[in-house]
Design a protein around this ligand. Structure first.
Ligand SMILES: [Mg+2]
Length: 388
């Protein structure tokens, strides 16, 4: 069949790709079937990625799955059907609808022609109406990549395996990745962006800190320092920056809070700097005024590549809880130097010290949120110098 416009298909495996393919504890080679609801665990970002691929591309979505031995006494159809339907229902709820579903129930020893990498289930895609050379198969196994090759399609090998792409599949496998967001970015030609993430481990004689940041998160996470008021302030940073931040700080609090506050700021600043990468397409500047009852705090942030702190704050109390208010200045000075950003902070005078601190941290978080935001469609550096 000759048509001016040929359709494209995105063939997608299920187990190991949409849902986690479970292994029996202690036996990596024994895979369990998803024959009960509690075994359904979705892969990270699969909903976001498939939804965006669906919205931004014109691939037909085609599931291709082997479900070994469905209908046999050890895997009755009824135990397959419920969880399988639940997976589709959940995907539909996320606006992800498969145009076609192909599931082979045979066992490997049956040698069925429909079993991957056999193409017998997919002959309708091979009649010339589909441009298979521009179609993709997403799978976690090499048999999925072999199916892509047999179809004349390209493969997206979704795996955490360190194994190299075999020689005979090098022309087939377009990308190998363990990230659904990378797949979405690839298939949408960069319209879907990968999350900007980083992890920092900082160990000294005074503190031991592990911390991770996702600038494109939703404000989830917690940094545990063991210092109540400081944790409360860091919670404000997580919540109001809408960055996902998790961390564990083991500090010498038996000495005092100083090292923990300073090193947490340094680790957090390093994580932001690293996650921002070359800073292409970001706003760079962020500012916010936040009120908390009797106090108004103003914060401006500039990811300029330089570090300066302008700090116009006076506390009425020396401590909030067990936390010295003088360390708040030090926290921001340390963040500024590690993240290489300029920070301006001022707050109205004479107010409650807890309110003053909290208004500052909230305003800082919201300024961060604006400064690290990506400008849609902009890949430039926000500086006439060309670098930040
Ligand atoms: Mg699989």
């Amino acid at each position: 069949m000759d048509t001016l416009y040929k359709k494209k298909a995105l063939f997608v495996d299920r187990d190991g790709v949409i849902v986690v393919e479970g292994v029996v504890d202690g036996h990596d080679d024994i895979i369990y079937q998803i024959d009960s609801y509690e075994k359904i665990i979705y892969k990270p970002h699969v909903f976001e990625a498939l939804r965006e691929i669906g919205r931004r591309t014109d691939y037909e979505l085609v599931m291709v799955s082997n479900q070994d031995g469905v209908g046999t006494p050890s895997y009755p159809y009824e135990t397959y059907e419920g969880p399988a339907e639940r997976i589709f229902a959940t995907l539909r709820g996320e606006d992800i609808v498969f145009d076609d579903v192909n599931v082979d129930f045979s066992l490997p020893e049956d040698n069925c022609p429909g079993r991957k990498p056999g193409t017998a289930m997919l002959t309708r895609y091979m009649d010339g109406s589909y441009d298979l050379s521009r179609s993709f198969m997403i799978g976690d196994r090499l048999t999925d990549m072999m199916l892509a090759k047999a179809l004349g399609a390209k493969g997206i090998w979704y795996t955490e395996s360190k194994e190299n792409v075999p020689e005979d599949l090098k022309d087939t496998v377009a990308i190998k990745t363990d990230s659904w967001l990378s797949i979405a970015s690839f298939l949408t030609c960069g319209e879907v962006k990968e999350h900007r993430r980083s992890s920092v481990r900082r160990t000294t004689a005074e503190t031991d800190i592990s911390l991770s940041v996702d600038l494109d998160g939703t404000g989830v996470g917690h940094i545990h320092t063991g210092i109540g008021f400081f944790d409360h302030m860091l919670d404000q940073v997580v919540k109001h920056s809408r960055c996902d931040i998790s961390g564990d700080v083991k500090g010498d609090t038996e000495v005092d809070e100083h090292h923990s506050a300073e090193d947490t700021a340094l680790a957090l600043g390093s994580a932001f700097l690293s996650a921002l990468g070359d800073k292409r397409g970001i706003e760079r500047y962020g500012f916010e005024i936040v009120m908390m009852d009797d106090v108004a705090a103003t914060v401006a942030v500039d990811f300029s590549g330089r570090d300066e702190l302008i700090y116009d704050v006076e506390f009425t109390m020396d401590y909030v809880g067990s936390f010295p208010t003088e360390l708040i200045r030090h926290f921001f000075r340390s963040f500024s130097s590690a993240a290489r950003c300029n920070i301006y902070i001022s707050a109205t005078k004479g107010g409650n010290s807890h309110h003053t601190a909290e208004a500052i941290f909230k305003a800082f978080a919201r300024a961060l949120r604006k400064a690290v935001r990506r400008i849609p469609g902009d890949d430039s550096v926000s500086s006439t110098k060309g670098v930040l």
